[in-house]
Design a protein around this ligand. Structure first.
Ligand code: SF4
Length: 347
């Protein structure tokens, strides 16, 4: 059967399956475009279970787009602390400001308007316009690419942007006229809970089992094809929890680049042995009287990996280079990136 015909055949089973089986999630309670937008941005790099608590807390503090447009960057980053990819939060605020200025505070309805907003790409614009407003546009994420490539038996590399473009175009041609949001969400949800990424897909539970080429031809192990591998730069770091009485040293990161404007514990870009600690302290005009190793941590960003080791050091004085604050303030006020959190837990 032609690929397009197969894709047309999946519409009704997907919509029906989704309407019966969809999970209860906080952002599905009503079709509020702000809530859908926020959840989609949070979900881009984070699991649903982890997102739930962040989502509730974020909306409690910033219940409207107006609140988001006006929030201080430091408070915003604190709300986002631990979710990573902090530009997502900054772009949310920028987009909220554009919505205030250009759309009178009302989230725009159409894909073509949404995609012009900071931080909103093809997928998110498709998700918001189809879920909140039933606009017939696809929202193609990794789950959708996996389900569609298995359904049509495609051996094209789903990490290749050409494949994504081609699938998006095909999905545009077969979008249902009604329930487009349910169709898009159904495809994504099916990919998350039935046609799963790791391990065998649960074909016996799948509404597409009668028409799926990968199932029929026993190709579920080979499809989807994922060829490109991400090459990450590896960096070493030694992190210091410098303690003076009840204060601990932190510093603000540069205002551009990775983890911009967030706070970190002082650190150096290499792994050092305990005997080298004094030399590092001298560079910061400090002396130490006690130190202990507080563990290691490996942190993966999209293009960099940090191999980290940490020391807790009691110092004899404070310096002007760092901000010296107590533990409660660090926890409440200062956004600390996830890479440093395992060391923060040793405070
Ligand atoms: Fe995926 Fe199996 Fe459903 Fe095909 S039948 S879409 S392989 S879960």
């Amino acid at each position: 059967m032609e690929e397009i015909e197969l894709m047309k055949k999946m519409r009704n089973p997907i919509i029906e399956w989704y309407q019966k089986n969809k999970r209860e999630l906080p952002w599905r309670k009503e079709k509020n475009p702000y809530h859908i937008w926020l959840s989609e941005i949070m979900l881009q790099q984070t699991r649903i279970e982890a997102v739930k608590q962040y989502y509730e807390r974020f909306l409690k503090q910033l219940p409207t787009i107006d609140d988001l447009a006006k929030v201080e960057e430091e408070d915003l980053l604190k709300l986002w602390e631990g979710l990573g990819y902090y530009n997502r939060a900054r772009n949310l605020k920028k987009a909220a400001q554009v919505i205030q200025e250009k759309y009178n505070g009302q989230m725009p309805k159409h894909y073509n308007e949404l995609i012009e907003l900071p931080g909103i790409g093809e997928y998110t614009a498709g998700a918001i316009s189809s879920i909140a407003y039933d606009e017939p546009v696809p929202a193609v994420d990794g789950n959708v690419l996996r389900v569609v490539s298995r359904l049509i038996g495609s051996k094209k590399d789903i990490l290749d942007s050409k494949t994504k473009k081609e699938f998006t175009q095909k999905l545009k041609e077969v979008m249902p006229k009604k329930y487009t949001g349910d169709f898009n969400e159904g495809l994504m949800e099916l990919g998350e809970v039935v046609c799963i990424p790791n391990g065998e897909p649960l074909c016996e539970k799948c509404p597409l089992q009668e028409i799926c080429v990968a199932k029929k031809e026993n190709l579920t192990e080979e499809i989807p094809v994922r060829k490109q591998k991400i090459k990450r730069r590896k960096e070493e770091k030694t992190v210091f929890l410098l303690e003076f009485e009840d204060k601990i040293a932190i510093r603000k990161r540069e205002n551009t680049g990775l983890l911009a404007n967030m706070y970190e514990f002082p650190n150096v870009n290499k792994k050092i042995a305990r005997k080298e600690i004094e030399t590092i302290l001298q560079n910061w005009c400090l002396t130490g009287n006690y130190n202990e190793k507080i563990g290691t941590h490996h942190h993966i960003f999209s293009h960099i990996e940090w191999d980290m080791i940490g020391y807790k050091v009691q110092v004899d004085s404070i310096n002007k280079e760092f901000i010296w604050v107590n533990k409660e303030e660090i926890l409440k006020k200062y956004p600390i990136p996830g890479a440093f959190v395992p060391f923060r837990e040793k405070m």
